[in-house]
Ligand binder design. Structure first.
Ligand code: CA
Length: 245
């Protein structure tokens, strides 16, 4: 394995899709600080947009102003907790915003080390050696049923309960993200996305779209265009991060 220093480049595209009146997804990143985040808000009307942008803003603010004394994933868990509190208390103060929440997926990178944190059904993938692997595990009712052996993948895709997520930011006082620790290698391509992408496109299709040699912003555009072509039933967000030696 090479020991070259890695650097990271990123691009993202978020799109309303073809059916929704507004875009409740949000994203943010700072290549300088090694922080990348995608959120998918829920709650109707303006609430979903407020929840997802509050989460992105809070996570970006806290992780770009770190003292640097704590490990990055520990600071990120605190930032997720702070984002949760910010949404939860905002929702408590306003009847219109009551019940709003958001998913969250965060990629952190520090030289060769990488972490993925998630809450809800926005996903983190890694493309390595031409193979796309989903790293995060959805916090959704159908995913739990699949894991318990009570439902197949194809049943899950057709289930009327496929939208039900079992963990979200802002709907409860405390939320715990899952944390996946990874080692990055030159050539790795990380994809963070909302379910508006993964509902429309299968993993093999996403993989084939990512294997086309193109700049990251063009790859993001192609993913979103393909999801729209497949129906665009929901908001679509795709954020790509490439590790290069
Ligand atoms: Ca969504």
């Amino acid at each position: 394995m090479s020991t070259a220093v890695l650097h990271y480049t990123a691009a993202a595209v978020s799109d309303r899709g073809r059916k929704r009146a507004s875009n409740e997804d949000a994203f943010g990143y700072s290549a300088e600080h090694g922080v990348y985040v995608v959120c998918d808000g829920m709650g109707g009307a303006a609430a979903g947009e407020i929840a997802s942008s509050l989460a992105v803003d809070e996570v970006m603010r806290l992780l770009t102003q770190r003292a640097g004394t704590n490990p990055l994933p520990a600071d990120a868990e605190q930032a997720v907790a702070a984002a949760n509190q910010a949404i939860f208390s905002r929702a408590e103060r306003s009847q219109k915003l009551s019940g709003m929440g958001t998913t969250l997926v965060v990629l952190l990178v520090e030289e060769r080390r990488a972490w993925l944190l998630n809450v809800g059904d926005s996903r983190g993938y890694r493309l390595r050696n031409s193979h796309l692997e989903q790293i995060t595990i959805d916090h959704s009712l159908v995913e739990e049923q699949i894991r318990l052996g009570r439902m197949s993948q194809s049943e899950a895709q057709r289930s009327p309960l496929r939208n039900v997520i079992t963990r979200a930011l802002g709907t409860q006082n405390v939320v715990t993200p899952d944390v996946f620790e990874l080692e990055a290698e030159p050539g790795d391509l990380f994809l963070l996305c909302s379910d508006g992408l993964t509902r429309e496109l299968s993993d093999p299709l996403i993989e084939s779209l990512l294997l086309v040699g193109a700049p990251l912003d063009e790859l993001c555009t192609r993913l979103v265009a393909a999801a729209n072509k497949a129906g665009g039933h929901d908001n679509i967000t795709s954020l790509l991060v490439r590790a290069e030696a």
